[in-house]
Design a protein around this ligand. Structure first.
Ligand SMILES: [Zn+2]
Length: 240
């Protein structure tokens, strides 16, 4: 078996695996996290909107109460006024007039508060409308972003599949034992099984590779692994 030739094939496989690894990470980790973040943001805004809607609902109930109160008081005035002409003594008449005046003062107070209240309600209604418009715009933007990301996932899936097919074709030519070592490392070493020595350091864990070890690699009699991270090592200049 020509180890140098096998390493040359493994380098090609590693290039494909690195691409597969990073595309898969984008598809299965990054994109779902992004969608999740966007979704949470929209849900938070939605809950702000719901809280505001409930507040306004309460204001409308309050308005109804105030109007009922006003109607009752006005009815009382009418009653008192109709009683006025049935009264026999001057004293009774004066007392009733006082009662009417006091009721009228009450009504006027309630009317003032209703006016202030309606102004507040009007303001709140306008604010709600703005919040609603803003929210539906944000929701639209979210949906657009989400569908773009889902679209990207689909494209990535196709791309990954095509890289995997390419890898499968290349793998057929690799020695079975060499391939078994490589595949085990790919699975257990975060998708990186074979790395070049760079400035006498391992290209993955950066630990120093001894001169003795470099000599062993350069003989290409067997696969030489990094002592620290246990990845297959190769020398760049030997493959240029
Ligand atoms: Zn290493």
């Amino acid at each position: 078996m020509d180890i140098k030739e096998e390493i040359r094939k493994l380098i090609q496989l590693q290039e494909l695996d690195s691409q597969i690894y990073s595309l898969t990470n984008r598809k299965d980790v990054e994109i779902p996290a992004e969608i999740d973040r966007l979704k949470k943001n929209v849900e938070e805004k939605k809950s702000t909107l719901t809280t505001f809607e409930e507040k306004i609902k309460k204001l409308y109930t309050e308005r109804k109460d105030k109007e009922l109160d006003l109607a009752t008081k006005e009815e009382n005035i009418r009653k008192a006024q109709s009683q006025l002409y049935q009264l026999k003594t001057n004293k009774e008449y004066k007392a009733k007039l006082l009662e009417i005046e006091s009721l009228k003062a009450d009504v006027s107070k309630i009317e003032d508060s209703v006016i202030r209240f309606l102004e507040e309600l009007d303001k709140a209604d306008k604010e709600l409308k703005e919040i609603k418009n803003k929210f539906s715009e944000e929701e639209k933007v979210f949906k657009e972003k989400e569908s773009k990301l889902i679209e990207e996932q689909k494209k990535l899936e196709i791309e990954i599949k095509s890289l995997q097919e390419k890898k499968a074709r290349l793998s057929c030519d690799v020695n079975k034992n060499v391939l078994a070592v490589y595949e085990k490392l790919i699975r257990t070493r975060g998708g990186i099984a074979i790395v070049p020595v760079e400035d006498e350091n391992c290209g993955a864990c950066h630990i120093r590779v001894t001169a003795q070890k470099i000599n062993e690699i350069k003989m290409y009699k067997e696969l030489i692994l990094c002592e620290a991270c246990v990845r297959i090592l190769w020398i760049k200049e030997d493959f240029e």
